[in-house]
Design a protein around this ligand. Structure first.
Ligand code: HEM
Ligand SMILES: CC(C)=CCC/C(C)=C/CC/C(C)=C/COP(=O)(O)OP(=O)(O)O
Length: 324
């Protein structure tokens, strides 16, 4: 099989566009997009709605390069199991389109470029946080936990929660309570996000011996864990409004509405833990949820929203005054 794939892919080796596409795929670009959205949310909250466009650009590019490096090293490390799993067999390394050595050079180049860009144009803290994201994801998640613990993604998931810290640090040069709250929100979001997917593709993980929770403990217990994390996640997302007062009621309303749907889907899975369609629906919604929650934070932080809410409050007070 490997030989057939190698022969098929060797036809593409000299086509520069195909080569470019392979390196692009190594970075897992669709995941990076959501990581960047969380970074942007951190920046807007830190800058109270007014982000310097140049700093935004630099941080987005720096974050992309760092996440791309992390994902490339993960592709390298996991190429043995990626080759066996249907879903991942056509990734650039297992399919032979990129040599492991070239992928390593690519990842190191991305990491160095990220560190340099963030240090020079943002600050050292943002750069160090991005590098810690790579180290955590590669060493703690990919190397240490992924193949050895059912809690792999709970602890390893902390890497995916670092991007908003990078965004916050890029703006202020330090980290506040609100920054850490963003970290905790994504930390709590990760188990429902991933375990819903793991229920869907449990058999594939079983075949390659990765001890994902549904493989070892079954769908019921996994659905219970998803439910518990979701129950904690939704109130936690509201702490930005109270007691932190970092976001206002516009975000609060969005977080409540999005959270209600999240809980409904997690509840449905709790009732039917073996139903892969329900698991798929929760997995897909988890991505939409985090995107819209971050968009809600950004919209809420804008000066125009602030003016609008002040005007509404003023009208309300006047109206109450007239009627009392
Ligand atoms: C340990 C933590 C995590 C694990 C194990 C995990 C695992 C996965 C897996 C296996 C997929 C399917 C990917 C594929 O089909 O190639 C996926 C999809 C996705 N994940 Fe996660 N994830 C984690 C954390 C995150 C974080 C922190 C984010 C962003 C904030 C994220 C964003 C996404 C997105 C956007 C997709 C959909 C990609 C697509 O459309 O193909 N994930 N995740
Ligand atoms: C600040 C910074 C640079 C942070 C980087 C964090 C980062 C890249 C998080 C990604 C999390 C993720 C998609 C894990 C999936 O891995 P998997 O190996 O379980 O997925 P797979 O089964 O599809 O290979």
């Amino acid at each position: 099989m490997q030989e057939i794939i190698q022969t098929n892919s060797s036809r593409h080796h000299n086509n520069p566009l195909q080569v470019l596409k392979s390196y692009y795929q190594l970075t897992k670009p669709r995941i990076i997009l959501l990581l960047l959205i969380t970074t942007a949310a951190g920046m807007w909250l830190a800058a109270e709605g007014e982000v310097d466009p140049l700093l935004l650009l630099v941080t987005m590019v720096g974050g992309t390069l760092a996440s791309g490096a992390a994902n490339t090293i993960n592709c390298l490390y996991d190429s043995d199991i990626d080759y066996i799993m249907e879903r991942t067999r056509w990734r650039p390394i297992p399919s032979g389109r990129v040599k492991p050595r070239d992928a390593m050079i690519f990842a190191i180049a991305l990491a160095i470029a990220s560190f340099t860009l963030l240090t020079v144009f943002a600050n050292l803290l943002a750069a160090l946080l991005a590098m810690s994201g790579i180290v955590f994801y590669v060493a703690i998640y990919t190397h240490w936990l992924k193949r050895h613990s059912t809690q792999n993604i709970v602890i390893g998931g902390a890497a995916g929660a670092i991007p908003p810290l990078v965004g916050w640090a890029a703006v202020t040069g330090d980290l506040s309570w609100a920054a850490w709250l963003l970290f905790v929100i994504i930390f709590l979001w990760t188990p429902p996000h991933f375990w819903a997917l793991a229920i869907m593709i449990r058999d594939e993980y079983q075949d390659v011996g990765v001890p994902m929770l549904p493989v070892i403990e079954g769908d019921e217990l996994t659905a219970q864990q998803i439910w518990i994390y979701s129950l904690v996640l939704i109130p936690t997302s509201l702490l930005l409004v109270y007691p932190l007062h970092t976001s206002g009621w516009v975000y609060g309303a969005i977080a409540l509405g999005l959270g209600a749907v999240f809980l409904q889907k997690a509840w449905e899975l709790l009732q039917t833990p073996h139903n892969r369609d329900v698991a798929r629906s929760l997995f897909k919604y988890s991505i939409l949820y985090l995107m819209l929650l971050c968009a809600g934070m950004v919209v809420d932080s804008l000066p125009a929203t602030h003016e609008m809410t002040m005007a509404v409050a003023h009208t309300w007070q006047t109206w109450m005054g007239v009627n009392s």
